[in-house]
Design a protein around this ligand. Structure first.
Ligand code: ZN
Ligand code: ZN
Length: 97
C-alpha cells in the first residue's frame, strides 16, 4: 500500500504506475508478478498437457517470467491443484495456491 505524498489518498495502479485522483503519479514500477514459495514446489509428471498461453509467474528454477498452468480438480474435497510448467526451462511443479 502506497499513499499520495500530496493529498495522502491511497495510490492506485494504472498502466504500470501508481496514480492518485488528485493528479499525482509515481514513476515507481509496480511488481505484479506472482512468485511461488519454494516449499510448495514438487516436480511432477512431464507428460501433463497444458494450455496454449502463459501466465506472468516467475519460474523458481531459471527466473523466466511466463509459465503454463493447468488447474486440476482431482478431488471434490480438496483444493484445486495448480500445475505449472516453465516456458523456458520446461520444469514442472505444482502448488495448492
Ligand atoms: Zn493525491
Ligand atoms: Zn524455468
Amino acid at each position: 500500500m502506497k499513499f499520495c505524498p500530496k493529498c495522502s489518498s491511497l495510490l492506485l495502479p494504472d498502466f504500470g504506475k501508481l496514480r492518485c485522483a488528485c493528479g499525482f503519479s509515481s514513476a515507481e514500477k509496480i511488481e505484479l508478478k506472482e512468485s511461488i514459495p519454494h516449499k510448495e514446489i514438487e516436480v511432477i509428471d512431464e507428460n501433463f498437457s497444458y494450455g496454449e498461453s502463459t501466465i506472468p509467474v516467475v519460474c523458481w528454477n531459471c527466473g523466466h517470467t511466463g509459465v503454463y498452468v493447468k488447474v486440476n480438480f482431482h478431488r471434490s474435497d480438496e483444493a484445486p491443484l495448480r500445475i505449472y510448467k516453465c516456458e523456458k526451462c520446461r520444469k514442472v511443479w505444482r502448488s495448492s495456491k
